[in-house]
Design a protein around this ligand. Structure first.
Ligand SMILES: Nc1ncnc2c1ncn2[C@@H]1O[C@H](COP(=O)(O)OP(=O)(O)OP(=O)(O)O)[C@@H](O)[C@H]1O
Ligand SMILES: [Mg+2]
Length: 455
């Protein structure tokens, strides 16, 4: 039985998306901040040069015979030269009236003596930056205000800004790519302990209930400790129920044996036919019960041992021969010949008690369901995998049930009249599977059953 988990989203994707998204956001923010800071610095540079130009022109303005005269200093425009050949405009106003320069230059109202004012604007379709300052000139009978404005197009500034922008953009992209690398590295180191835990749990067998021992990060601690507690509880309750079955079967068997021997002795003494029949039925019922108890006991033991499988080096041929010696008296009662066909040695790594139990059940079946004076052939071979074939000359398996006979407590329609509890094939199959092998049932073409127990 395999239960699937209810999966929603992926931790890896969530983590990676958050980290990469965060890095992208930070990269864009960095681009915007650095760019606007650079623009501000560049603007301040241009403003300072414009200011110097305006001040030097204003300083050159003098009042001669009541007329304002400006002798442009050479440096006033020379300092404005740029690589991009930005155009320069100027205007000189006296008390608001244009004295010289470009009429269309925006006029900025400026207070005399106040600081230089800077504005951005448009001039002949180009974006310009303008600086403007005023000064009061005082003559004999005149007091007049001179305003000087100098403007410059912003091509050089724009070029500088674009260059800065593209550099910052490259850095931003580089930073982002680096963050993606860091994000994927961070994601996989964060997820790795989780994957390791998943791997170690899925790799273990369905019956392995030992606690998870590998170290896990702090956050996973509670999960792993509840998992361990859960498995410990499960393991305790499993072994308790196995112990209980074993104990119960044992306690039932002993008194049953006593009752059976009493019933048999009584049978010898009783003469009335109906009483004898009742006693025979009683003995039979006792046999059924003690067989069931015995098989239950074995099954509980098998379940326990397959959970904690301990392999040792064994010779399969020796085990089979040993078994045949022990079962020969029973075979002789039915005049059945037990023949072993085998290689010299077939080496396996397995639990000997489990193997003996499984094989005994198979030979036991062959003896039970075979007619008198027949032959049972047990073949042990090492290839393709170590295996034991038990072939008899009985009626074979009921074809419609052949696929289900290894189910617990299931007995075939051919089993009526024989004593049994339907656990023999289950035990054999559990043992084969615990060793990584299989149990397969077939009917031989010439009649009789053939059971293959392979490891
Ligand atoms: N060699 C065989 N020939 C014919 N039928 C067989 C043979 N072995 C097993 N079966 C059928 O398979 C069924 C299941 O076998 P299984 O050994 O599990 O139980 P059982 O023999 O009935 O009881 P027990 O637990 O006492 O062995 C049997 O009831 C019988 O119908
Ligand atoms: Mg059986």
């Amino acid at each position: 039985m395999r239960e699937t988990a209810n999966v929603s989203g992926s931790l890896r994707a969530r983590l990676a998306l958050t980290l990469i998204g965060g890095a992208a956001g930070i990269s864009i923010l960095m681009f915007v901040v650095v760019r606007s800071y650079a623009a501000q610095i560049a603007q301040q540079g241009q403003d300072r040069i414009l200011e110097a130009s305006v001040t030097s022109i204003l300083d050159a303005a003098i009042l001669r015979d009541g007329v304002v005269e400006v002798d442009f200093p050479y440096a006033a425009f020379a300092i404005l030269g740029t690589e991009e050949d930005d155009r320069v405009f100027y205007a000189i106003h006296q008390d608001g009236a244009l004295l010289s320069g470009y009429e269309s230059l925006p006029v900025v109202p400026a207070r005399a003596g106040a600081e230089v004012t800077h504005v951005s604007g448009e001039m002949r379709g180009a974006s310009i930056r303008l600086a403007s300052a005023s000064r009061i000139l005082v003559g004999a009978d005149l007091r007049t205000q001179v305003t000087v404005s100098v403007a410059q197009t912003r091509d050089a500034l724009q070029v500088t800004l674009n260059r800065i922008s593209s550099n910052v953009a490259y850095y931003g992209v580089g930073f982002f790519l680096l963050s993606v690398l860091v994000a994927s590295w961070a994601t996989s180191t964060t997820i790795r302990p989780l994957e390791r835990l998943t791997h170690s749990i899925t790799r273990r067998g369905p019956k392995d209930l030992t606690p998870v021992a590998q170290p896990v990060p702090q956050e996973m601690g509670p999960l792993v400790s509840s998992l361990n507690n859960f498995m410990a509880r499960l393991s305790t309750s499993l072994s308790q129920s196995e112990d209980f079955i074993a104990e119960a079967a044992h306690r039932v068997r002993t008194p049953l044996a006593t009752v059976r021997s009493h019933a048999e002795t009584t049978l010898q003494r009783v003469e009335r036919e109906d009483n004898r029949q009742a006693l025979r039925a009683m003995v039979r019922a006792i046999d059924e019960s003690s067989r069931a108890a015995g098989q239950l006991l074995d099954h509980a033991m098998i379940t326990f041992r397959t959970d904690h499988l301990e392999r040792e080096a064994l010779d399969l041929v020796a085990i089979v021969q040993d078994l045949v010696i022990r079962l020969t008296p029973i075979a002789e009662m039915k005049d059945i010949a037990l023949t072993v066909v085998s290689d010299a040695e077939v080496n396996v790594a397995a639990d000997s008690i489990l193997l003996q139990n499984a094989l005994r059940n198979l030979v036991d079946n062959a003896l039970k369901y075979s007619p008198v004076e027949s032959e049972i052939v047990i073949t042990v071979s090492a290839s393709p995998s170590p295996r034991v074939l038990v072939e008899d000359e009985g009626p074979g398996f009921p074809p419609d049930q052949i696929n289900n006979l290894a189910t617990r407590f299931l007995r075939g329609t051919n089993a009526t009249g024989t004593i049994g509890s339907g656990l023999g094939l289950t035990i054999a199959q559990d043992v084969a599977q615990a060793h990584g092998g299989t149990l397969s049932l077939e009917n031989r073409p010439e009649g009789g059953a053939c059971v293959t127990f392979s490891l």
